[in-house]
Design a protein around this ligand. Structure first.
Ligand code: GDP
Length: 140
């Protein structure tokens, strides 16, 4: 059975552009409930840990610098089939390839500065949610 939680971040480009509210409006309209949420900022070291799975990829250094370049909003979201449905809502990694009406199509600036993060599996959703939030910070 598909899990019912996923993890997201509003990335620095979207936060800086003042699109956090508009993006969460789309997220809630799509049926996701907020379980935990906070505005915060990643150090380069924390960004490196969060994206450790990509450490061998050529864009890793740039990605860590970008993700620590400004504030972000981290959130745990709940909905049936959360991981898959959220990936559909945000669209392809590269906004040029993202479907019309998806969050990345509307708000992303580039393949790197692509407005939002969305977990790619139930396992990673749990790991990523635990990276930012303890139990006391969750409302359900
Ligand atoms: P996602 O699951 O759609 O976020 O994509 P990936 O897991 O493949 O990549 C993680 C993040 O790295 C993406 O969301 C982008 O911010 C960044 N990224 C992915 N591919 C590239 C690339 O080719 N160049 C650069 N500069 N950044 C990339």
């Amino acid at each position: 059975m598909a899990g019912n939680r996923t993890f997201t971040m509003i990335k620095p480009d979207a936060f800086e552009a003042g699109n956090t509210g508009a993006i969460f409006k789309m997220i809630e309209a799509a049926g996701f409930n907020i379980v935990a949420m906070k505005a915060t900022r990643l150090t380069p070291e924390l960004a490196g840990k969060f994206y450790a799975v990509h450490s061998e990829r050529p864009f890793y250094k740039d990605l860590c610098a970008y993700m620590s370049s400004g504030p972000i909003v981290a959130a745990i979201l709940e909905k049936a089939n959360a991981v898959e449905d959220f990936r559909t809502l945000i669209g392809a990694t590269n906004p040029a390839q993202a479907a019309e009406g998806t969050i990345r199509k509307i708000f992303a600036k580039s393949i790197e500065a692509n407005a939002v993060h969305g977990s790619d599996s139930d396992e990673n959703a749990a790991i990523e949610g635990n990276f930012f939030f303890n139990q006391a910070e969750r409302v359900r």
